[in-house]
Design a binder for this molecule. Sequence first.
Ligand code: ASP
Length: 339
Amino acid sequence: MKKIVGLILSVLTISTYAQTKQDKVVLVIHGGAGTILKKNMTPEKEKAYRDALAESLTKGYEVIKQGGESENAVIEAIKVMENSPLFNAGKGAVFTHEGKNELDASLMIGNTMQAGAVAGVTTIKNPILAAKAVLQNSAHVMMVGKGAEEFAQTQGLEIVDPSYFKTEERWNSLQKVLEKDKEKMELDHDAKTQAYVPFNFVDEKFGTVGAVALDNKGHISAGTSTGGMTNKRFGRVGDSPIIGAGTYANSEVGVSSTGWGEYFIKAVAAYDVAALMNYKKLSSKKAGEEVIKKIGDLGGDGGMIILDKNGQASFPFNTAGMYRGSITQSGKITIEIYQ
Ligand code: ASP
């Protein structure tokens, strides 16, 4: 009898030890998925991306370490990437067909199911802050264009001249895509009538940013911010500001997507991860894999970052690469770019 009790006690001790030892992930981020290949990357450029991702993780982690809320960790992490010209969000956003930067962002708090989003804004320095203001200080979930900008002003958010978002690299990308579109239209008459379709979109790197955080209370939040898609037109809005497509969080899991937005909207991608976990009892990892497979089967591409209430992180994607990173409770940073 004594032996059995001893055995049970030692099993209990080992499993408790394993639990306390488990260094769960508290924050995951992405800086976009797409044709990101090692052979096209210089060591300097790769270092710049890695540094920016590490800074984003560190800023978000600070919030959690100090006992702050998951939504604020998400915001701090995303702000770093919005302020960096490397990513397609805030400064460094891609250009529309007309040569403008139109930004989208969204934020969701899982335990309260509060959500906020803005789309097509051109003067708000940090769109993720505008998403939070919508969530916190309005009766709405989504605001677009001029109205969203007016609202941001009433909230005391930093307003910039639209030229703030411009970078040479993104401008040159637009010129290249426009050139390819012209060639295509010269060859194909039908193409003229569908000129709004970004013919070369599939080959474009995406570069949207996102974060999912799990705070000390076990609450999860997710957020996403983007300039959308190079050469977008007619007020096109992708998945990033759409709750359930680009961003979703509940009390079990948080998701932020990146990739070919139209497919993520049609697949209701971010919510589908949560639904598969809820209805089909899949793990967060399995659910993410299933959704990315679905996106691929539909003809789309991209990826997502997923963090569940147990601190289990996963990063499914079907592109050549995805800028991504995580940080654990003890502060261990992991950053990856390629498959
Ligand atoms: N999903 C974004 C959009 O379609 C693009 C991206 O992820 O980079 O607007």
